[in-house]
Design a protein around this ligand. Structure first.
Ligand code: NFE
Length: 534
């Protein structure tokens, strides 16, 4: 039996430690740890409730728009904001969705694709593409100068060796490496789109409690639309095709149980439509049954367990009451990540959860969406809900989102034409914080279900709690000993060579973790070292 510790696991956001035991070539026990402290919520206490939007955006440099939006919803609820103006709904959708395009493209090409490519075959490249020639020469150099003990490999070749699930065809690898480069400029374009309507990137300033801050002018709309055309073309013609190609080329892996977990899935519903429904439908699936399809009904059944997390007793429970006081000496604890549970169950959140829910919601327009139907078809052909399915779901939902974004732009054009540019974008009647109030905001972030809970006391924030997608996914075991989604998905993972645990990275990366979100890094002096647990 061997024990493998990977700390930190690279090519993810934030700091995650993975520890597994391996027996007879399979993982028999798994623990994951978020090794940096959360504390953003403590920082908010005593602040003006409207500050929550901008402060919680600083939880993360990737999904800040999701945090700002979710905080706005929580504050609006607590302040008694009336129905959001429709233009604000559309503009929020367009600010946040552009971030999703950036995020999902980045995740596949720059964080995950290397798990499935044998870059060393580029040494055989005889083509004339100057970029690939440059990469070929760098790879040759790395192969000729392997890292000595204690040094890191790279930057191009990972520190593990390619296995049978790595693509070795020179032309295919060269093509995907070219797309890696193309994806860098696509990312930048998607970010620019979000900045046009959101004011800046990262940490946009366009979404505020009660609505948004600006009505875009026709030039801004023109530029946004042109960039969307370019980004959507890449997503439809390159990203989705590459991921579907990968699924087909690695079909034995797609059909295997690599990365299959509890198979409980949760979606709060993402991107509101004019009729009050969501582009990505709401739903909770437990033991294959759709147990809930309404966001509001989910709220009482969300709780955080802290049995194995470094928090003092009494800081878990329902997020409307939970808090963040640390106990680094707690026996058995190994992580700063709490363990959210829905109806007492660990839930996977994220693109695959959204697809699984959409596939069960025959009553919802998303069910007939071609991207959802393609996912259903892949599952019908035998793809298991594991590593490859997560990549496929992410690509297909991005395709679905691009189409919706075009439609939201048209909806905004209609509003602007109807109101001759006197479009209402804010509920100014409910702007000042009340003496007291409680509110919850729930959205879908790129990595899954995101909730913020606020309690206003004496016009200021009395308590604030964020339950974040990666908190759901990277949660530790609870008091019943039930593991969180990452840990469960790691069990039984094949590790034929303990010195080359490539499958562990594949499993974890397929979720697209963001530990910065999960633990909300913050230190009083702006330093990190005092919070890092060795
Ligand atoms: Ni830091 Fe996030 C997303 C949120 S975390 S990236 O998406 O909320 O899981």
């Amino acid at each position: 039996m061997g024990k493998i510790t990977i700390d930190p696991l690279t090519r993810i956001e934030g700091h995650l430690k993975v520890e597994v035991n391996v027996e007879s070539g399979r993982v028999t026990e798994a623990n994951v740890s978020g090794t940096m402290a959360r504390g953003i919520e403590n920082l908010l206490k005593g602040k003006d409730p409207r500050d929550a939007v901008y402060v919680t955006e600083r939880i993360c440099g990737v999904c800040f728009a999701a945090h700002g939006w979710t905080a706005s919803l929580a504050v609006e609820k607590a302040q008694g904001t009336a129905a959001l103006p429709d233009a604000a709904r559309i503009l929020r959708n367009l600010i946040a969705s552009a971030c999703w395009l950036h995020d999902h493209v980045l995740h596949f090409y720059h964080l995950s694709a290397l798990d499935y490519l044998d870059l060393s075959v580029l040494t055989q490249y005889t083509g004339l593409d100057p970029f690939i020639i440059k990469i070929r020469d760098l790879v040759k150099n790395e192969l000729n100068n392997p890292p000595v003990e204690g040094e890191y490999a790279g930057p191009l070749l990972p520190s593990y060796s390619a296995d049978e699930y790595c693509i070795r065809d020179v032309e295919l690898v060269a093509g995907l490496v070219q797309h890696y480069l193309d994806a860098l400029s696509i990312q930048a374009k998607a970010k620019k789109m979000s900045a046009i309507f959101g004011g800046k990137q990262p940490h946009q300033s366009g979404i505020i409690a009660g609505g948004v801050t600006q009505v875009p002018d026709p030039t801004q709309i023109y530029v946004y639309r042109s960039l969307l055309d370019e980004v959507a073309s890449f997503i439809n013609n390159v990203y989705v095709k590459d991921v579907i190609f990968l699924a087909q080329a690695l079909w034995p892996l797609a059909k295997s149980n690599l990365g299959v977990g509890h198979q409980n899935f949760l979606s709060y519903g993402g991107f509101p439509e004019a009729d009050g429904s969501y582009l990505y439908p709401e739903g909770a699936i437990i033991n294959e049954a759709l147990v809930e399809n309404n966001r509001s009904n989910m709220v009482p059944y969300i709780n955080e367990d802290i049995t194995n997390a470094w928090y003092v007793s009494g800081t878990g429970g329902h997020p409307s009451e939970s808090s963040q006081d640390f106990d680094l000496d707690k026996p058995g604890a190994h992580t700063f990540v709490k363990a959210p549970r829905f109806q007492g169950q660990p839930m996977e959140v994220g693109p695959m959860a959204r697809m699984m829910v959409a596939a069960r919601r025959e009553d919802h327009p998303a069910f007939m969406n071609p991207s959802v139907q393609q996912f259903i078809s892949l599952i019908g052909q035998g793809m298991r809900p594991g590593v490859i399915a997560r990549h496929a779901a992410r690509a297909l939902e991005t395709q679905m989102l691009c189409k919706a974004m075009e439609r939201w732009l048209q909806e905004f054009d209609s509003l602007a034409a109807r109101f001759r540019n006197k479009v209402v974008i804010h509920d100014t009647a409910h702007w000042d914080p009340p003496y007291s109030g409680i509110g919850v905001g729930m959205t879908e972030a790129p990595r899954g279900a995101l909730g913020h809970w606020i309690r206003i006391v004496d016009h200021t924030i009395g308590n604030y709690s964020c339950v974040v997608p990666t908190t759901w996914n990277s949660s530790p075991a609870d008091d019943a000993g039930i593991k969180g989604p990452f840990e469960q998905a790691l069990l039984n993972t094949p590790v034929p060579d303990e010195n080359n645990p490539v499958n562990i990275g594949r499993v974890i990366r397929s979720f697209d973790p963001c530990l910065a979100c999960a633990v909300h890094l913050y230190t009083p002096k702006g330093e990190t070292s005092e919070w890092i647990v060795p």
